[in-house]
Design a binder for this molecule. Structure first.
Ligand code: 13P
Length: 255
């Protein structure tokens, strides 16, 4: 059966009322539809306990949207890998283009976060991808390989064992225009070949996902591609209706 992971990145969205409704609906859905794939939901951290204390489902995990590069100390506003681990969180999104842009995170900072997560046996979900300008210049592979190289240089040959790479072209995020299934399949194939050529990790151990305007209309086509091992949802993960519909469509595709 195809291994697939649906990750929901809530970004800066949600409130108690919404979380309560979400949990009720999700619990009901899980009762009727046992999940054979993985779901990782990354709400703002204030809501983690609402989820973990209410949903116990083997393949459902709560993730974080960020982590600090420090373990403890005078770093106002930050959360460490140990704090996440202490609260049962294993999956952490890093390198998202919104953090690169609005929080000026460099490839070096992202590599440090990646490394800390690996040291704790946690799972980094590394977002990579190109701008529209770079796409027009045919630089997608170049940009992705550079972002991968920076991790390999810092973390070493085993970096991408038990890690997730999410190809998230910046132009597709929140735009309503996703990359095509063929474009994603091609770049994910390239990413897997690149990593297996330049590191210790075998091709079939590498997990490549896609994010950027994924919804209930394109999920089935993405699911069918050999090298799309999952999706990273933004907007569709904060629409209860769309989120449940996406889960249902994947459920129906059980192959
Ligand atoms: P959208 O699904 O809203 O395009 O967002 C994708 C994303 O940024 C997930 O991390």
């Amino acid at each position: 059966m195809k291994k697939f992971t649906v990750i929901g990145n809530w970004k800066l969205n949600g409130n108690n009322n919404f979380v309560d409704k979400f949990i009720i609906k999700l619990k009901k859905y899980f009762l009727d539809n046992p999940i054979f794939y993985k779901i990782v939901l990354a709400p703002p951290l204030l809501y983690v306990h609402h989820f973990t204390s209410n949903i116990r489902e083997k393949n459902f995990f709560i993730g974080a949207q960020n982590v600090d590069i420090h373990i403890s100390g005078s770093f106002t506003g930050e959360i460490s890998v140990d704090m996440l681990q202490d609260n049962g969180i294993k999956y952490v999104i890093i390198g998202h283009s919104e953090r690169r842009k609005f929080h000026h995170e460099s490839n070096e900072i992202i590599a440090k976060k990646f490394s800390l997560l690996k040291q704790r046996n946690m799972v980094p979900i590394l977002c990579i991808g190109e701008t529209l300008e770079e796409k027009k210049q045919n630089k997608t592979q170049l940009i992705c390989s550079k972002q991968i190289d920076d991790i390999l240089k810092y973390v070493g040959e085993n970096a991408f064992k038990n890690s997730i790479i999410a190809y998230e072209p910046i132009w597709a995020i929140g735009s309503g225009y996703s990359a095509t299934a063929r474009e994603i399949q091609n770049i994910n194939n390239f990413i897997k070949n690149y990593i297996s050529d330049y590191s210790n990790v075998k091709r079939n151990e590498i997990i490549t996902q896609y994010g950027g305007s994924v919804d209930d209309l394109n999920i089935e086509e993405f699911f069918m591609q050999d090298d799309i091992d999952g999706v990273l949802l933004g907007g569709a993960s904060i629409s209860l209706h769309k989120f449940i519909k996406i889960l249902q469509l994947i459920h129906n595709l059980k192959i």
